[in-house]
Design a protein around this ligand. Structure first.
Ligand code: ADP
Ligand code: MG
Length: 911
């Protein structure tokens, strides 16, 4: 691949780089292009040329366009141990370099796909790795930008191989450090430029000088203005030629601290940091040559003539990070526990910074660790950063490999991660329905609230108007009443007065009439007047009655309005009821869908079983991880959909509910529930959740209490799958799992039950810490007890368990943790091993052959092996075994054992 196609600086939309044509933005001088006489101007990122910065008083300081961290993934080839130990298993990753994709196997039937900037297979040469990962960064450093190349990965996956190989014996093996310096020296000249190197180690948050080891705890100094980081205390050696650089690297390597772990004896617990400072003089260049404007935009001759020589400073930082593995796996203890904490502190701080930078977060926690402080100006700013994540192929380290891949993916920015996953997505259908339902309910709720508010408003308005009218009416009525009362009183008073006056007058007149007999005309006029008054009063009363009538009309109008409001309320209530009905119906539909899914998953389970039966005559309950990975590819494909749907079901129904069904009264429900749990346990991702929710305990209870062999068989299979993980193995043992599994085996009638039990015990046999307990609690005897059934599937699991056990024991003996004869021999396994060492079925034979090799590696076992006839089998294996690696192993084992050699000589067997 051309180096230009793998470069930092994928420009952000807002960056100045956008405005440059790509050729300018990405132009890089070829290594042969010697710098920079007073020739053409060097195009600079951001559209300026170098002297611009010089005119501002600082050479080489451009605006600083952050470049995306470029990430390549490199796969190490299988090593000798993996070639033997993982012989029956496929690699945990599959690379598609042409698509720049990596597939990580999740389990037997599923894998996930990730995209990287570059995918380097196990066949990628060191030269290609350099060109793809580091060369663009080196070229950029020669142009005046800071650059970083880092390697991240589990111990033993090839970080040091990629970065630090010296390649003295074979120049093709030279790593990135050596090749980078070659390119730097080729592109610089000792007259005008200088190259100097510091080589450091960061170990337990302390920086040591690898060139002068006494120089310890070197301080990191930060320029408060520019934020630049420097290490004034570190030794810096000028490099003039490649030879002196190689000597420095060798010296550094001698001093580099490496703590051993059981994973790899060369495992390194420290971060190694090589810093190459490049200082280039750009003498002879003048502003006039570049047409460079002065600050006010015109060419100032004054500024030009007093321009100091220009120096461009940049640095290349190469970081060989400490192993990224989890502490529990590396078996570290005591002092190394502290180490791992410090190492993890630096690594996790690095991860956090990369996340923050990738997400453009306002706060980047660089101060959290020395490593991130040191790399401060290598991330963001003008630095080009290239990361190579290294991984191994072994399926045993799948977890570490996955976390390394995820680190690389995050470094590439989360949103750029491409992940392909094709499956029927029942879950999203359900989710869509749920969302739809939620929406309807929310809308319903909102409408109801609106209606209620509206009703309340109308009612209050009606009430207040009725109250107002009533009040007005009462007031008017009262006023009228008072007025008429007053009028009446006045009239009566007037009439009384008049009547009194009349009476008085009449009396006087009567007296005078008596005297003169005068007529009485005035009293009749009074009567007319009173009548008139009465008439007026009648008219007034009529008009008042009319007002009263009008007011009554108005009241009845408002009453009608209120009735209309009430009928609207009734209508709205009806609408609410119908919405509730609809919601109920949707809920029912969802329930039906869920039950269909459940049914579907059970059908799939049945289908997969019947398929398997049709093909090999064996029962399979879905937990295929007991079956070696290469088998039944077509079955696995067909089971993929239903398995996925079980996983969805699991998310919807909830693990607790499924687990509670294990104790259901209904036998059928119990059978289905244990099958579902077994299917879930076959997926690594679910295993922790199942154990956390108490699923392991429930499954062990089923072994103890269930009368039904199907349930016990399926539960044993689920336990076998959970027993693939170290922590679970210890839990199973702690909960008396061996006794329960042995009981299950003793009561079993179906060979598939025995196969599941044997598979579970075989997994436990692979745990270094459980050896003694397994033997004491009868695990090995239980395994041997199952061989009487003679079924090849069962025998294969027994053989696998014995091989696992022998391997752990051999490891413990080598490390001095075990003395004395093998527990396998003590528990009487040797006669069966010898009898089946040449079994027709190759999986059985292979496991036993490996077990024999492991047993023979320790002299304490030699006497028993001779007396039981195992020596003959080893001789046969060393001669006839069809697998070359096992043949060689047997051969080596025989010649390295003094006792076995002597016996062969005694028997006159040529070897
Ligand atoms: P790390 O530095 O990640 O712990 P190393 O670089 O020490 O790992 O590699 C571990 C072992 O694997 C070494 O023996 C090394 O030679 C070998 N190795 C690593 N990568 C490769 C590779 N790409 N090709 C061949 N051997 C490799
Ligand atoms: Mg290393």
């Amino acid at each position: 691949m051309a180096s230009g196609s793998y470069r930092n600086g994928g420009p952000k939309p807002t960056s100045k780089l956008d405005r440059l044509p790509p050729s300018t933005a990405y132009s890089t001088p070829k290594p042969s292009a010697k710098p920079r006489p007073s020739a053409a101007p060097v195009p600079r990122r951001g559209g300026s040329v170098a002297p611009a910065a010089a005119s501002a008083g600082k050479a080489g300081g451009d605006a600083g366009v952050p470049g995306r961290v470029r990430v390549a993934v490199r796969l190490r080839p299988r090593n000798a141990e993996e070639t033997i130990a993982d012989a029956d298993f496929a690699d945990c990753v599959e690379l598609q370099p042409e698509l720049k994709r990596l597939k990580l196997r999740k389990n037997n039937w599923e894998s996930e796909t990730y995209e990287f900037d570059e995918v380097l297979t196990e066949f990628a040469s060191q030269k290609r790795v350099y060109e793809v990962v580091a060369k663009p960064v080196v070229e950029s450093v020669l142009e005046g930008y800071n650059g970083t190349v880092m390697a991240y990965g589990q111990t033993g996956t090839g970080k040091t191989y990629t970065l630090g190989r010296l390649g003295e014996e074979d120049t093709a093996a030279r790593g990135i450090m050596v090749r980078a310096m070659e390119d730097i020296l080729a592109d610089t000249s000792p007259e005008t430029d200088s190259v100097s190197v510091s080589y450091l180690q960061l170990y337990m948050e302390s920086i040591q000088d690898l060139l002068v080891p006494a120089n310890d705890n070197i301080a990191i100094i930060e320029d408060p203005k520019t934020g630049d980081v420097s290490l004034p205390g570190a030794t810096s050696v000028d490099i003039r030629d490649q030879k002196s650089f190689m000597e420095l690297l060798r010296l550094g390597e001698v001093h580099r601290f490496a703590a051993n772990t059981k994973l790899n004896t060369e495992s390194s617990r420290s971060h190694a940091i090589l810093i190459v400072h490049v200082k280039r003089s750009l003498k002879g260049r003048h502003d006039a040559d570049h047409g460079f404007p002065s600050e006010n935009g015109t060419n100032s001759t004054l500024v030009k003539s007093f321009r100091p020589p220009i120096v461009r400073k940049s640095k290349l930082v190469v970081v060989d990070l400490a192993g990224s593995e989890r502490i529990d796996k590396s078996g570290s203890e005591g002092h190394t526990l502290e180490e791992a904490k410090s190492i993890n502190l630096s690594l996790s701080a690095l991860g956090k910074c990369i996340n923050a930078l990738a997400e453009n977060s306002p706060h980047v926690p660089v101060r959290d660790s020395k490593l991130t402080r040191l790399l401060r100006d290598s991330f963001g700013g003008s630095a080009r950063t290239s990361l190579v994540v290294t991984i191994g192929p072994s399926p045993r380290h799948r977890g570490e490999t996955a976390s390394t891949i995820m680190f690389g993916q995050r470094a590439m920015k989360v949103e750029n991660m491409v992940k392909l996953k094709e499956e029927f997505d029942y879950k999203s259908l359900c989710r869509r329905l749920d969302i739809e339902l939620d929406k309807l309910m929310a809308e319903n709720e909102r409408q109801r609230k609106d209606f209620e508010d509206e009703i309340e408003r109308i009612r209050t308005e009606a009430d207040s108007r009725v109250a107002e009218v009533e009040k007005g009416y009462n007031n008017t009525l009262e006023n009228e009443r008072l007025k008429y009362q007053q009028d009446n009183m006045d009239s009566i008073k007037k009439v009384e007065e008049k009547w009194m006056a009349n009476v008085n007058r009449a009396r006087v007149e009567h007296q005078s009439a008596c005297l003169e007999k005068a007529p009485t005309t005035s009293s009749s006029a009074d009567i007319v007047e009173v009548r008139q008054l009465l008439e007026n009063e009648k008219i007034l009363r009529q008009s008042t009655e009319e007002v009263v009538m009008n007011l009554k009309c108005e009241i009845s109008h408002w009453k009608r309005l209120e009735a209309a409001g009430n009928s609207e309320i009734v209508k709205l209530r009806k609408m609410l009821d119908s919405e509730a009905n609809q919601k109920h119906k949707l809920e029912e539909e969802i329930a039906i869908l869920r039950s269909q899914l459940l049914q579907l998953s059970f059908q799939a389970d049945e289908t997969s079983r019947s398929l398997d039966r049709g093909e090999s005559g064996k029962a399979l309950t879905g937990f295929d991880s007991l079956v070696p990975q290469a088998r039944h590819p077509q079955l696995r494909d067909s089971a993929n959909g239903p398995k996925a749907s079980i996983a969805k079901l699991f998310e919807q129904v909830g693990l607790q509910k499924i687990l509670s069904l294990l104790e259901s009264e209904d036998h059928d429900v119990r059978v289905h529930a244990v099958k579902v749990v077994a299917n879930l346990a076959a997926e690594e991702a679910n295993q922790d959740k199942i154990v956390e929710a108490g699923g392991l305990t429930s499954l062990l209870m089923l072994l103890r209490n269930s009368e039904d062999e199907t349930i016990r068989r399926v539960a044993a299979g689920a336990i076998a799958n959970l027993a693939m993980n170290e922590t679970n193995q210890e839990l199973i043992m702690a909960q008396g799992g061996i006794v329960l599994l042995s009981m299950t085996a003793a009561d079993a009638e179906d060979p598939q039950t025995l196969r599941m039990v044997a598979g579970a015990i075989a997994n436990l046999c692979g745990n270094d810490k459980l050896q003694m307990k397994l033997s004491v609690e009868g695990g090995i005897k239980a395994l041997l007890g199952m061989v009487t059934c003679g079924h090849p599937d069962v025998l294969a699991q027994v053989a696998r368990g014995i091989a696992n056990f022998a391997k752990c024991e051999s490891r413990a003996s080598t490390q001095g943790n075990k003395v004395g004869v093998s527990l396998l021999i003590e528990d009487g396994a040797l006669p069966w091993i010898v009898k089946n060492a040449n079994h027709d079925a190759s999986p059985i034979r292979r496991h036993i052959e490996l077990a024999l090799c492991h047993l023979a590696q320790h002299e304490v076992n030699a006497k028993d092996m001779i007396s039981e006839g195992a020596l003959w089998e080893l001789v046969r294996i060393s001669r006839d075994c069809s697998r070359e690696d096992i043949r060689m192993l047997a051969h080596r084992t025989l010649i390295s054992s003094a006792t076995l050699r002597t016996e062969l000589r005694r028997l006159h067997i040529e070897f």
